[in-house]
Design a protein. Structure first.
Ligand code: GLV
Length: 317
């Protein structure tokens, strides 16, 4: 049986599946392993089932034992892994796409609603008590007729577009290439970020973090947004320059933000923490039982397929 290191706790049905399929080393207390510990623990293992909290940079990958042939990441994103370093070392990297599209899009829509309708302030007022209904209590932004700019119209972006359209939003998007008509579903394509930003009453960031997208939403690009735009991010914190965003919030260039992901998670920029116009969640895009189960099972299947056939279902490097 192949020996697999599972770096974080999985839902118990998935750990059972892993134990049936492999000689699995589990992390029962769900400790966060340091890079050093992860290297030590992976000795004599054939593969690693990693999570987005494992920073598998080039230095760490280069110190992994030669027995490790595959890293199966329990996430659709793989910004936590240096793909090139893994490739150089002959390690295959896989991810878990598709199975989390719907759950993540649900959170993407929640961020749009929460930011536009001032949910953070509303929750605080309701908890505190003593509020009185009035015609102008917590007036927010209505979505009907508003323009939604989707940055990164992949599977998650397309699902958010579908729901947002049903709420009466007008969809715009920017991708490196235009989608086929069937996937576009009437959305307006912009071949550059600036043009998308200009028409985004609400911006939904859905693209992967990569060399091209890191800090793409920054001091300069924020200025292209209409005054009072809303910015949401369900993808990765690295895409947004936080200081610039907080400054834009403070001077009301940006009306509100809805965020599920951050640079340096879980130590997010303190400027967001108590900001009344920041609707913030702790990276829960894929957090439903169905989805987390499907993701872990796919991460296990990716390992199993690789060891049985040498093929990879979701290879990313
Ligand atoms: C979640 O953020 C993922 O990449 O799966």
């Amino acid at each position: 049986m192949k020996k697999i290191l599972i770096t974080r706790k999985l839902l118990s049905s998935c750990e059972d599946k892993a134990k049936k399929t492999f000689d699995a080393s589990l992390n029962l207390n769900d400790e966060l392993y340091s890079q050093k510990r992860l290297i030590e623990l992976s000795k004599k293992h054939d593969g690693i089932l990693s999570a987005l909290t494992d920073k598998l940079d080039a230095k760490t990958i280069n110190q992994l034992p030669d027995t490790v042939k595959i890293i199966s990441n329990f996430a659709v994103g793989f910004g936590n892994i240096d793909l090139e370093a893994a490739k150089q070392k002959g390690i295959v990297v896989t991810n878990t796409p598709e199975v989390l599209t719907d759950a993540t899009a649900e959170i993407g829509v929640l961020l749009i609603l929460g930011a536009c309708r001032r949910a953070a302030e509303g929750i605080e007022r309701a908890r505190k008590g003593g509020w009185i209904w009035s015609a102008d209590l917590l007036i927010g932004k209505q979505l009907t007729g508003a323009r939604l700019g989707i940055l990164g119209m992949g599977r998650i972006g397309q699902k958010i577009a579908k729901v947002a359209k049903s709420l009466g939003m007008v969809i715009h998007y920017h991708n490196r290439s235009r989608l086929i008509q069937e996937k576009e579903q009437g959305a307006n394509y912009h071949d550059n970020l600036k043009d998308l930003m200009k028409v985004s009453d609400v911006l939904s960031i859905c693209c992967p973090a990569s060399k091209e997208t890191i800090n793409m939403i920054n001091k300069d690009t924020i200025e292209y947004l209409p005054k009072g735009a809303v910015v949401t991010n369900v993808a990765r914190g690295d895409i947004v320059e936080d200081e610039a965003m907080i400054d834009a919030l403070n001077r009301r260039k940006v009306y509100a933000v809805g965020l599920d992901v951050y640079k340096n998670e879980p130590n997010l920029n303190p400027g967001y923490l108590n900001h009344p116009s920041a609707f913030i969640l702790p990276h829960v895009g894929s957090a439903t039982k169905e989805t987390r189960t499907a993701m872990a099972n796919l991460a296990i299947d990716n390992l199993d397929e690789f060891f049985r056939t040498g093929n990879c279902i979701n290879k990313v490097n």
